[in-house]
Design a protein around this ligand. Structure first.
Ligand code: AMP
Ligand code: MG
Length: 451
């Protein structure tokens, strides 16, 4: 085989057809190579001539290198690095196909819908089975029941995933009457669509099994792998008062929220109903009360009516465009112990906002601004030592950001869900439409900095 053929064919063989043109060896080079081939045989028999031949080979190589180098670079840039070939081949199938999160969203929506129906049955009964936890916050039979139902559905579909959930089963293990009440509640909570029930894995098997399921929510969280965050009833005080509350579920992958779902049974279905104190209170389910909010990273946010069986049809939601910040409606906690209402009033006045705040419990605040019913959500630390919990924010954070908002802490830092069960690197929460968020943070810093 001639030198010419070796050079040109080896290049062409390695190439994708679309790069053939780029790598065609130039004429001057092939001519020089052909001449070289004819001179080669006699020269190899004479040592002096062989040395001269080597030197001329070197000179030739040096002269053609500048013209061939860019083409070689282009060629090698088309070859993926070996490390990427190895890592793609060894990556588990779940990671490669999980990027759409369609199944995760579907399961999360149905699980939250079923758990929300359970909490509604407790909401409408007088005996809510309220206990006081060690941190003095309340927990009800609805919290335990909703957590059991959601974890059971997640375990059925994603048995290897970790779960960070707010409640634990200790009180139920120590109190058999309470355990039986929760067990009755859990057994009677079913979606009236058998296909949807099957997706969730159907009913739980036993009361003892239910306790173990509740305790599966004890993951430490962190920045590795798939971790679900559950708040079975966020805003328990609102739940007990007859106000807003939310059933919350978020999926984090390597500390980043990918899927978020909020069940808000006491908010109106209509996205256009303006946000006001006591919203939904005088409305019945038949008149259009009860909504599910959801989002998948990179795919936008949606709302749909809360249903009793299969999922209702969804609508895309967006934050409201705000041409003038002074027209904003802002919301905050009902509980003055959860967010400084004085600081919020000062920030609002700095921004020229004259409307009074809308106070509502739970992540219903995130859902309400994501659908454009309100504009801002301010959560301003009351105590220096309080650290926010990831289950109180994971779903809401994603839903607002996917609806066109920005969510940060009071210093303008993104909420960081990769530090375990708490948001220990953040203080407070400021959520606003993207284009006015920096302006709101400026006002927050001025007011908090002057204290
Ligand atoms: P919200 O209904 O928005 O007031 O928030 C309810 C959540 O506030 C509960 O789920 C608690 O985890 C959380 N919480 C409890 N104590 C505090 C506190 N001192 N500061 C901020 N949030 C708190
Ligand atoms: Mg909560």
């Amino acid at each position: 085989m001639s030198v010419h053929h070796q050079v040109s064919s080896s290049v062409v063989l390695c190439l994708d057809p679309k790069f053939k043109a780029v790598m065609t060896v130039p004429h001057q080079i092939t001519e020089k190579l052909q001449a070289l081939e004819q001179e080669t045989m006699p020269v190899l028999k004479n040592p002096l001539a062989f040395t001269i031949f080597l030197i001329s080979l070197f000179v030739l190589a040096a002269s053609i290198l500048p013209s061939i180098l860019p083409r070689l670079r282009l060629f090698t840039s088309q070859i993926p690095p070996i490390t990427s070939i190895i890592s793609t081949a060894s990556r588990p199938h779940t990671t490669m196909s999980a990027s759409d999160y369609n199944k995760e969203l579907h399961v999360a929506l149905l699980a939250v819908q079923r758990a929300t129906l359970l909490t509604k049955s407790v909401f409408h009964s007088h005996a809510k089975g309220t206990l006081s936890k060690s941190d003095a916050s309340p927990v009800t039979i609805g919290d335990f029941g909703a957590q059991a139902l959601i974890i059971s559905a997640l375990q059925h579909n994603f048995p290897d995933d970790e779960i960070v959930a707010e409640e634990e089963a200790k009180d139920l293990r120590e109190n058999s009457q309470l355990r039986e009440t929760v067990w009755d509640l859990v057994q009677s909570a079913k979606l009236n669509d058998s296909t949807s029930e099957d997706v969730l894995g159907g009913a739980l098997k036993s009361a003892d099994g239910m306790l173990d399921i509740i305790d599966k929510g004890d993951s430490k969280g962190g920045n590795k792998g798939r971790i679900w965050a559950i708040d079975p009833i966020d805003g328990t005080k609102g739940f007990l008062r007859g106000g807003q509350y939310a059933v919350c579920l978020g999926l984090m992958v390597d500390g980043d929220v990918k899927v978020g779902v909020l069940g808000c049974p006491n908010l109106p279905v209509s996205d256009s109903e303006p946000l006001k104190e006591g919203i939904g209170a005088d409305q019945t389910d038949e008149e259009g009360k009860g909504v599910l909010f959801s989002a998948v990273q990179g795919k936008g946010a949606e709302s749909r009516p809360l249903a009793k069986g299969a999922l209702s049809e969804a609508k895309t939601i967006h934050m409201k465009p705000l041409s003038n910040i002074s027209d904003a409606t802002f919301c905050e906690s009902v509980e003055a112990g959860h967010s400084s209402q004085g600081d919020a009033a000062n920030i609002a006045s700095k921004l020229g906002i004259t409307k009074p705040s809308v106070r509502m419990d739970s992540q219903a605040k995130y859902g309400s601004i994501a659908r454009g019913a309100g504009d801002l959500y301010l959560r301003l630390p009351v105590r220096k030592d309080y650290v926010e919990k990831i289950w109180d924010h994971a779903a809401g954070d994603l839903i607002v950001r996917e609806a066109g908002g920005q969510v940060t802490d009071t210093e303008g830092k993104r909420l960081d869900f990769s530090h375990g069960r708490t948001l220990k690197e953040n203080k407070g929460v400021i959520a606003a439409p993207k284009d006015v968020h920096a302006h709101v943070i400026e006002a927050v810093k001025t007011v908090l900095g002057s204290k």
